[in-house]
Design a binder for this molecule. Structure first.
Ligand code: ZN
Length: 132
């Protein structure tokens, strides 16, 4: 079974901490040991695992990504969101974490972030929990 989590972004570029939503999905599944796959079915968004203790970490990531890949440049894609497609490829659109004793295994400072690159929008994150 695939669970869909709805995420609403409020800015064009925004990282939204979805760690608790992923924890809830794992706990609802009743799976005690396995893998939790997280997939973003969008071409201008992504998923990343990084520090959620200091909120300035993800702001630095967003700012540096935007320096590397500016909003406006000489892009061939004329929809006005070429930067968002490139940022999506850089962070990628899937990630995973292990499940042990019914809980996701993350480092002390790690959180799971939905990466919005062309918001504000309502988005979906798909979660597949595999026992084993
Ligand atoms: Zn586009």
């Amino acid at each position: 079974m695939i669970k869909a989590i709805q995420v609403k972004s409020r800015k064009r570029i925004e990282f939204i901490d979805i760690t608790q939503e992923i924890r809830n999905a794992v706990s609802e599944s009743g799976v005690s040991d396995g893998i939790c796959w997280i997939f973003v079915p969008h071409t201008t968004a992504g998923i990343t695992i990084n520090e959620n203790a200091d909120p300035s970490v993800v702001v630095d990531i967003q700012e540096q990504l935007s320096k590397l890949i500016p909003y406006h440049s000489h892009y061939k894609h004329l929809e006005g969101n070429a930067d968002a497609h490139i940022k999506s490829t850089i962070t990628n659109i899937n990630n995973y974490c292990f499940i042990e004793n019914g809980k996701i295994v993350l480092g002390t400072w790690q959180g799971i972030f939905f990466c919005e690159y062309d918001g504000p929008r309502t988005r979906k994150v798909l979660v597949k929990i595999i026992e084993g």
